[in-house]
Design a protein around this ligand. Structure first.
Ligand code: ADP
Length: 634
């Protein structure tokens, strides 16, 4: 039994296919994790890297306490079940299950005990003497599960194990595998392209697309809080409706204007607090996402709804337990073609209607999802990144929502009304910038998301510890805010990262070594990181990771990008040559603004500094990225 840790895992196949990009996840012991996504999204590659059947191009994989990147599959204490069962046809079921144990030379009694127990758990005791060809697909898959169980692995890996079975058997085996997981108490990682399988089995699901993780969450949260349009559309049947629209804020209300249609509804602005104001200008296109069950054509519901739109009915689908009504909000649409006006409605409780008839449909806008048309990301994220407020700057002070703060010397801007962006991680509990009323504090994906009232508005903060409801004082880190005037940024947040360019260098050196009490000279190879012209010695471990990821041929020529925070550089005797152009005074902290190779970087400093300086990065805090392939190696 063990948990797993996947840190910045990449897979680049020799032909250049980048199958997995920056996969990060902590899997706890005993979890049932499902990797799901369309064919070719990188699910199997990830599973095979965990199994040790594929090399990891970059990143760190831990099973339990051990880094296993270079560990042989047989030493990883995992067992794998495949779609095609992979049974030996000439062996009996017993022999198939016992095969691995015999190879490992376990005592006969122990083998008998384990095989009998596994056969009992899987209900195949009576088949132990039969050959695989005498068994059905479902039974064969049970045998292959049995072969995995008897190894008593720390982690069970299952790659589409039910794809070869018919629908009924699949449903049955699904619950059997879930039961098996509960019984064994082992960590399961399960790959499937079937969202129903994922939703019914996983304690957490990883949704993937094109080699990128889209969202990691519980089945319920994926359904209720999809982070982007892809996840929203992939999870749930029938697929969520996506309708193109614009949003226009008018005072305390926002109009949702559906494109290519006359449909228009209004919602309170309080529903849109998490949205960037530029989305509410009546021009920016968005996708409105609403599931079939959140749209009703039941006359009773329609009568009591304030959000009613016209739909031209085209046809219906009887599914037995529910009726789906297809239509279009564009009166010229056909209701069949999947467009941004086609709509699928749960027709329960509706009266009879004819094809071509125009009917009223009530939208439950408490369940609405809104996605950016280009990035497809939710514009109302569950963990918001920013708070957006109107503000006024006057005489070196900024006021918003009844709060007035003195601007530090580093923030210079003209007086006037502006838009203020405060990142949710810039607000801390404690200090004396403002007093707020905490409304709730929820743990969302390991983060504490604080929701509070300030000057009659709802705002959000991401904080390290839970906070009780009631009044609290907060402070705002002003170096993280930005200000927008007339649609253009006039004050930028201080950059959170410092970037340098360079490459890995191999140097031949002569070392003095002690041999039998005598000092001898010995030739050796040392690795150095060229960071913007400064060569910083690095450990063999770091060099190893870089060479593995880039390949020996390119390891010393490929461009690297180094990243760290402004706090991870020291102004020292030696280091990267830089020129201090000015010092940014944020009140509580000073930052030297330095030029390196024409780029501007911020470096934390205790004192006023000027002129030429050397910047020494803390090697332990450096992220190293292979520039052209965009792989974060360290
Ligand atoms: P999935 O399991 O989600 O269907 P895979 O992990 O099998 O996807 O594949 C991810 C991507 O990697 C696909 O584009 C696939 O074509 C590619 N790929 C898989 N195996 C190899 C290989 N051995 N060599 C090159 N490309 C591969």
């Amino acid at each position: 039994m063990a948990g797993l840790s996947l840190k910045h895992i990449y897979k680049v196949y020799p032909n250049g296919t980048k199958a997995v990009n920056d996969f990060n996840m902590e899997i706890e012991d005993k979890e049932f994790i499902v990797f799901v996504g369309p064919s070719g999204c990188g699910k199997s590659t990830t599973l095979r890297m965990i199994a040790g059947l594929e090399d990891i191009s970059a990143g760190e994989l831990m099973i339990g306490e051990n880094v296993v990147n270079d560990m042989e599959p047989k030493d990883r204490d995992i067992a794998m079940v495949f779609q095609n069962y992979a049974l030996y046809p000439h062996m009996t079921v017993f022999e198939n299950i016992a095969f691995g144990l015999r190879l490992r030379k376990l005592p006969k009694d122990e083998i008998n005990r384990r095989v009998t127990e596994a056969a009992e758990i899987l209900g195949i005791t009576e088949y132990l003497g039969k050959k695989p060809k005498e068994m059905s697909g479902g039974q064969r898959q049970r045998v292959s599960l049995g072969r995995a169980i008897v190894r008593e692995p720390k982690v069970m890996l299952l790659d589409e194990p039910l794809s070869n079975l018919d629908a009924k058997l699949r449903t049955q085996m699904r619950s059997e595998i879930a039961k098996l997981h509960a019984k064994l108490g082992t960590t399961f990682i399960y790959v499937t392209h079937d969202q129903v399988e994922a939703m019914t089995m996983g304690t957490r699901i990883v949704v993937m697309k094109n080699g990128f993780v889209q969202q990691i969450d519980t089945p319920k949260n994926l359904y209720n809080y999809p982070g982007n349009k892809f996840v929203a559309g992939f999870i749930g049947t029938p697929q969520m409706n996506f309708m193109e629209a614009t949003l226009l804020k008018r005072g305390d209300e926002v109009d949702i204007d559906f494109q290519y249609s006359d449909a228009k509804v209004t919602v309170p602005y309080s529903m849109m607090y998490k949205a960037r104001p530029s989305y509410l200008n009546g021009k920016e296109k968005v996708f409105i996402g609403l599931r079939a069950e959140n749209i009703s054509i039941n006359p009773e519901v329609v009568k009591n709804s304030k959000s009613v739109i016209k739909v031209k009915v085209s046809h219906k689908e009887e599914l037995g337990n529910q009726t789906l009504v297809y239509g279009d909000i564009n009166m010229d649409g056909d209701g069949y073609t999947e467009t941004s006006t086609r709509i699928i409605i749960n027709g329960d409780g509706a009266l009879d209607y004819k094809t071509g008839e125009v009917i009223d449909a009530a939208l439950d806008l408490n369940k609405v999802h809104i996605f950016d048309k280009e990035t497809e990301l939710s514009i109302l994220p569950r963990i918001p990144e920013y708070n957006y407020f109107d503000c006024e700057v006057k005489g070196g002070k900024i006021s918003f929502l009844g709060t007035e703060l003195k601007l530090p010397p580093a923030i210079k801007c003209e007086d006037g009304k502006k838009e203020l962006l405060i990142p949710t991680d810039a607000i801390k509990v404690g200090g004396s910038d403002a007093e707020v009323t905490v409304v709730s504090c929820d743990e969302i994906n390991g983060k504490q998301v604080l929701s509070f009232e300030l000057g009659g508005r709802r705002a959000f903060a991401v904080v390290p510890e839970p906070v009780a409801n009631g009044k609290v004082k907060i402070s705002i880190d002003l170096k993280k805010i930005s200000l927008i005037a007339d649609g253009a940024e006039c004050v930028a947040a201080m950059p959170e990262k410092v970037k340098f360019e360079g490459n890995l260098v191999k140097a031949k050196v002569t070392e003095e070594v002690e041999v039998n009490g005598k000092t001898k000279k010995k030739k050796a190879i040392k690795f150095l990181l060229n960071i913007a012209g400064y060569e910083l010695p690095c450990s063999d471990d770091i060099a190893d990771k870089l060479i593995t990821a880039m390949g020996v041929k390119n390891a010393f020529s490929d461009k690297l990008i180094y990243e760290c925070s402004p706090y991870d550089l020291e102004i020292a005797e030696k280091g990267v040559s830089a020129e201090v152009t000015s010092v940014a005074d944020y009140g509580k902290e000073l930052f030297a603004i330095c030029k390196v190779d024409g780029n501007e970087i911020f470096v934390f400093t205790q004192n006023e500094v000027s002129g030429a300086v050397k910047l020494l990065p803390d090697i332990k805090k450096l992220s190293i990225i292979q520039a052209d392939k965009n792989i974060r190696i360290i």
